[in-house]
Design a binder for this molecule. Structure first.
Ligand SMILES: [Zn+2]
Ligand SMILES: [Zn+2]
Length: 137
């Protein structure tokens, strides 16, 4: 099932209708390679009125389609793992840049931790902060 079909099914199952703004916001988020602020999103999608965008974001969040990435008290949104590959974020404390990454080594050490402690992990999130390459030094 492709992502858009999956989205439509999810909206339908939850009793929401499939509207054009919802599809546009979804495909915009799909094409982003990192989290985006709702203000940036609204700026990029000027054909849709702001109220619809904010409502769509609220709905997507409560339906688990997107999740928020927090940097201090500011947040950005991205598609949830239902719709994107599992990954982690690094946030630069100086310029605010967010870098998404995945690490097989990290996943592997979490699996071995899980086994050695006799746990069953259902979810994990690893958020890194520091200085990006440009801001170092
Ligand atoms: Zn930086
Ligand atoms: Zn992970």
């Amino acid at each position: 099932m492709d992502s858009e079909t999956k989205l439509k099914k999810l909206l339908k199952d939850k009793g929401y209708s499939i509207t054009k703004p919802r599809l546009i916001v979804f495909s915009f988020l799909q094409n982003m390679d990192g989290p985006v602020s709702v203000a940036e999103l609204a700026k990029s999608l000027q054909d849709i009125d702001k109220v619809s965008i904010y409502r769509t974001i609220d709905l997507f969040e409560s339906a688990g389609i997107i999740h928020r990435v927090w940097t201090g008290f500011k947040s950005r949104v991205e598609l949830s793992e239902e719709f994107s590959e599992h990954h982690h974020h690094f946030t630069c404390v100086n310029c605010g840049k967010i870098i998404s990454f995945d690490s097989a080594a990290l996943e592997k050490s979490l699996t071995s931790l899980e086994k050695s402690k006799g746990l069953e992990l259902t979810h994990h999130s690893v958020e890194l902060t520091g200085y990006c390459q440009a801001c170092r030094g």
